[in-house]
Design a protein around this ligand. Structure first.
Ligand SMILES: Nc1ncnc2c1ncn2[C@@H]1O[C@H](COP(=O)(O)OP(=O)(O)OP(=O)(O)O)[C@@H](O)[C@H]1O
Length: 262
C-alpha cells in the first residue's frame, strides 16, 4: 500500500514580524513499496519540510498522510531518518550506536547485538564494532548512521542529504552501497539531495520541486539505478547519452527556478 500524501500544504505561522511561509502547497505523492523516491529542487522549495512530515516530526496544515492506510500522526519505528550529520552518540562505540534504537525498544542484548552485527557487516564495517565512533572517517560514520536506521527494520527510510558532507569518491561509493542495500532490503526510500547526478542515479522516481510556495513541478520515472543493479558500472550509467540528456533537462528546470528567485 505504501505511503500516500494527499493534497498536503504546510504553512509556518508568522513570527518575529515576518509573514507566514507557505512551505508546501498541495503536495500529492505516493511512495510505493520498494520505491526509491528522490526529491530535488532549489533551496527553500520545501524538501526538508516534506521529509519532516513523513517522519511525523511535523503535521500538515491541510491534507493528509497515510502509511499502509493508517494516518501518520507522529514519529514511529516504521520510519527511520538518516541525516546529513550522522547524529551518532559519541560516548558509545560503533556496535552500541547501531543497536541503540533496539535498546530503546527493550530488545534483549544478545538479539540486538546479532541484528546490529548483521547490518554492520552489510555496510562493510566488520571489525569496527568496538571502535569509538569519533575515530572513524566521515564516510564510515555515515555508514554507521545508515546501519542504525536499518536495525529497527523500518518500512520507510528517510534520508536528508545523507551524502552531502562526503568527498566525491567516497560519495560515489556510498551511492552504490545504498543502492545495493536498498536492493537487498526492499525498503521504500525518500531521499533528498542537491546533486542532479546523484538524484538521477539513485532514484526510481525523481520529484522536482519549486519554491514560493514549495510544490512539485515535475515527476520523472528513472531507469538508471536498475541498470547499475543489473551490472552496468556506475560511471558507465552516468555517462550514457540518456542520462546526460535527462541531467541537462533537469538542470535547466532548476536553474530557471534559481534565476527566478534571484
Ligand atoms: N520552522 C520554520 N519556520 C518558518 N519558516 C520555515 C521553517 N522551516 C522552514 N521554513 C521555510 O520554509 C521554506 C521551506 O524550507 P525547507 O527547509 O523545507 O526547504 P528545503 O528545500 O529543504 O531547503 P534547503 O535545500 O535549503 O535545505 C523556506 O522558505 C524556509 O525558510
Amino acid at each position: 500500500m505504501g505511503l500516500n500524501i494527499e493534497d498536503v500544504s504546510v504553512v509556518y505561522p508568522a513570527a518575529d514580524g515576518r509573514p507566514p511561509v507557505e512551505a508546501l502547497s498541495r503536495i500529492n505523492l505516493t511512495i510505493e513499496d520498494n520505491e526509491f523516491v528522490v526529491a530535488l529542487g532549489a533551496s527553500g522549495c520545501g524538501k526538508s519540510t516534506l521529509l519532516n512530515l513523513i517522519a511525523g516530526f511535523l503535521s500538515p496544515s491541510f491534507g493528509s498522510l497515510t502509511l499502509d492506510g493508517a494516518r501518520v500522526s507522529g514519529p514511529g519505528a516504521d520510519r527511520a531518518v538518516v541525516f546529513q550529520k550522522h547524529a551518532l552518540l559519541p560516548w558509545l562505540n560503533v556496535l552500541d550506536n547501531v543497536a541503540f534504537g533496539l535498546q530503546i525498544q527493550g530488545v534483549a542484548e544478545a538479539e540486538r547485538k546479532k541484528v546490529a552485527n548483521k547490518f554492520l557487516s552489510m555496510l562493510g564495517l566488520d571489525g569496527f564494532q568496538d571502535a569509538p565512533v569519533y575515530s572513524l572517517s566521515g564516510g564510515m560514520q555515515q555508514r554507521v548512521g545508515i546501519a542504525r536506521a536499518l536495525t529497527c527494520d523500518p518500512r520507510v527510510l528517510l534520508m536528508d542529504e545523507p551524502l552531502g558532507a562526503l568527498d566525491a569518491l567516497t560519495r560515489e561509493k556510498a551511492q552504490e552501497l545504498i543502492l545495493n542495500i536498498w536492493n537487498d532490503t526492499h525498503k521504500s526510500v525518500f531521499f533528498i539531495t542537491h546533486s542532479v547526478e546523484e538524484a538521477l542515479f539513485m532514484g526510481t522516481k525523481l520529484v522536482v520541486m519549486s519554491p514560493r510556495p514549495g510544490r512539485i513541478t515535475h515527476v520523472f520515472d528513472l531507469p538508471f539505478s536498475r541498470q547499475f543493479l543489473d551490472g552496468m558500472p556506475a560511471r558507465q550509467v552516468k555517462a550514457s547519452p540518456k542520462f546526460i540528456e535527462l541531467r541537462e533537462e533537469v538542470l535547466k528546470i532548476i536553474f530557471a527556478d534559481e534565476e527566478a528567485a534571484a
